[in-house]
Design a protein around this ligand. Structure first.
Ligand SMILES: *Cc1c(COP(=O)(O)O)cnc(C)c1O
Length: 397
């Protein structure tokens, strides 16, 4: 609604900068913040027609707002989607993109390596409403058809995965979804729309936590879902009813962030590759996974479906749980926090924090070993990041 210059024929960087809400009567250059909960109507007839959905215009910010529209338009264009909606958080986007498409008795097939809260939704919340989920692990991607039942409605995947940084063959999963008439939903948070476009590989719906690389500076939470109109319309009606919409302020921040997404992600990826190469040759490192290192088990698939390798590295330090914790404690520059995709490099130890409640056998299946470290490479100079990692690795050994 009311975006001018959406520049669909242009390149990514140009779209990110020039997709812009229509100027107001003041002719401002940069999009202002529309911090308003509602919009006034011209007359009673206009008001009636808007409520009857005969004409489209802004009425209430729980439904839509110019800042939220601009953010969504950008992601919609990047992801080559028909429509979209923006949410308060990434999890609101995940939840609202699934719930209105499901009914009691439906079945989900999902990769087991997915974001922890999404897994909680599938394993704890949905069963209460009669929706069951079957999981496949990384070794079963090409066997996924075995899990599909007559009542399977949704195929769900994330790639690269969190925290293992595994890569799933999205084009293959897209074919399976098409063959069995499933709705294929991809959480594209780790790749961002700059590195990977799941809709071109067969996805119907793409979900983003905008809190991560899209914001890129650890400031605002947000989520965006884009996809085919027939699904997005249902998702939109549900989301506006329950009030899961993004605030105009966060939408404004995140849309501004998108103007620099390409150059930021380019540098994130360049830094991550430098650090991955450093870690790979380090004697204290037992294993390392980074999608664009030739040693990554799905390197060929990553090369095929991603433009670059992203900013997340998974590696194991020689030793056990204590070595991982000592390494974390020894860091002086890198941050110990659970976020990712920030300009600041972040290190986490999943086994003792985000994934400490995951049962032991599930941890093994999803590759969360006691010595696994997840590194979200930031935009500091790699010389400084490496110096910090080096002294912490030495202390931990
Ligand atoms: C962070 C994250 C989410 C949830 O996003 P929030 O904005 O924290 O709600 C979902 N999926 C993935 C892959 C994430 O990394």
């Amino acid at each position: 609604m009311n975006t001018t210059n959406n520049e669909e024929g242009c390149c990514f960087e140009t779209q990110a900068i020039r997709t812009q809400t229509e100027r107001s009567q003041y002719n401002e250059h940069s999009t202002p913040l529309y911090l308003t909960s509602s919009f006034v109507f011209d007359d009673a007839e206009n008001m009636r027609a808007v409520f009857a959905e005969e004409i489209q215009r802004y009425s209430y910010s729980r439904f839509t707002n110019p800042n939220q529209t601009e953010l969504v338009e950008k992601i919609r264009i990047f992801e080559k989607a028909e429509a979209g909606f923006a949410f308060a958080t990434g999890m609101a986007a995940v939840y609202c993109s699934l719930f209105p498409l499901l009914k009691t008795g439906d079945h989900i097939v999902s990769c087991s390596n997915i974001f922890g809260s999404t897994r909680g939704l599938f394993s704890n919340t949905f069963p209460e409403w009669g929706v069951e989920t079957s999981y496949f692990d990384l070794n079963q991607v090409y066997d996924v058809e075995r899990l599909i039942k007559p009542n399977t409605k949704i195929l769900f995947a994330e790639s690269p995965t969190n925290p293992g940084v595994d890569v799933l063959d999205l084009a293959y999963l897209g074919e399976i979804a098409k063959k069995h008439n499933l709705i294929f939903i991809v959480d594209n948070t780790f790749a961002t729309p700059y590195l990977q476009n799941p809709i071109t590989l067969g996805a119907h719906i793409v979900v983003h936590s905008a809190t991560k690389l899209i914001d890129g500076q650890g400031r605002a939470c947000g989520g965006v879902t884009v996809g085919y109109k027939k699904y997005i319309h249902k998702i939109y009606l549900f989301a506006r009813t329950i009030g899961a919409s993004i605030s105009p302020f966060n939408a404004w921040v995140l849309s501004k962030s998108l103007e620099t997404l390409a150059i930021r992600v380019d540098r994130h990826c360049e830094n991550a590759l430098t650090i991955a190469e450093y870690l790979e040759q380090h004697p204290a490192v037992e294993f390392i996974k980074y999608p664009f290192l030739p040693s990554h088990p799905q390197y060929e698939i990553a090369k095929k479906q991603m433009k670059q390798g992203g900013n997340i590295i998974a590696f194991g330090i020689k030793g056990g749980l204590d070595t991982g914790r000592t390494f974390l404690d020894a860091l002086q520059l890198c941050s110990r926090t659970a976020n990712l995709g920030d300009s600041r490099t972040i290190v986490t130890h999943p086994a003792s924090t985000t994934h400490s409640k995951v049962p032991a056998e599930e941890k093994v299946a999803t590759g969360i070993t006691d010595n696994l470290i997840r590194l979200s490479v930031g935009l500091e100079n790699t010389k400084d990041i490496i110096r910090d990692l080096e002294q912490a690795l030495t202390t931990a050994q």
